[in-house]
Design a protein around this ligand. Structure first.
Ligand code: FEO
Length: 168
């Protein structure tokens, strides 16, 4: 069993994970609109990852006898300032998500809730990757600078990304 407070906080995080997916879908749409289809692919895979994160939280609430409560998803931004801006905003967003996961861990520790703390460790590890990927792509984009050919090379690398469902 989990406390009402813990279930409420995980419900809120479920909403934020779905919002993350919505944000990345909006980034995919923007990428497609400027002809960067590899970027669009990367963000569509990211949408799938975020939905998998949301489902992990959803399943956990039910498994622990809590009630899943779905709330409205905020409207994501639709306009971005080019390729670099997309990944800077991705990194900023993921840093915010990491803080939220850390706060959940703090709450689980405070409640002496080892099961939830254990479940959250998966997300702690996942967030390392969630920050590392956009950081690496930003570094590539900085090397490329204003070079169109370089940008198209990065685009074809991002086109190769495929969704790998997370381990249970
Ligand atoms: Fe669900 Fe991108 O963290």
């Amino acid at each position: 069993m989990i406390s009402k407070k813990m279930a409420g906080s995980i419900n809120e995080q479920t909403n934020k994970e779905i919002y993350s997916g919505y944000l990345y879908l909006s980034m995919a749409a923007y990428s497609a609109s400027i002809g960067l289809n590899g970027f669009a692919n990367w963000f569509k895979v990211q949408l799938q990852e975020e939905m998998a994160h949301a489902q992990k939280f959803y399943d956990y609430i039910i498994q622990q006898g809590g009630r899943v409560v779905l709330k409205a998803i905020d409207e994501p931004p639709k306009d971005f300032a080019g390729a670099r801006d997309l990944f800077q905003k991705t990194l900023d967003h993921e840093k915010m998500v990491t803080k939220r996961i850390d706060n959940l861990v703090t709450l689980a520790k405070k409640e002496n809730n080892h099961a939830t703390e254990n479940m959250l460790q998966w997300f702690v590890t996942e967030q390392v990757e969630e920050e590392a990927s956009p950081t690496e792509i930003l570094q590539k984009l900085d090397i490329v600078g204003e070079d169109g050919n370089g940008l198209l090379t990065v685009d074809s690398q991002l086109a190769a990304r495929v969704f790998v469902p997370p381990q249970k």
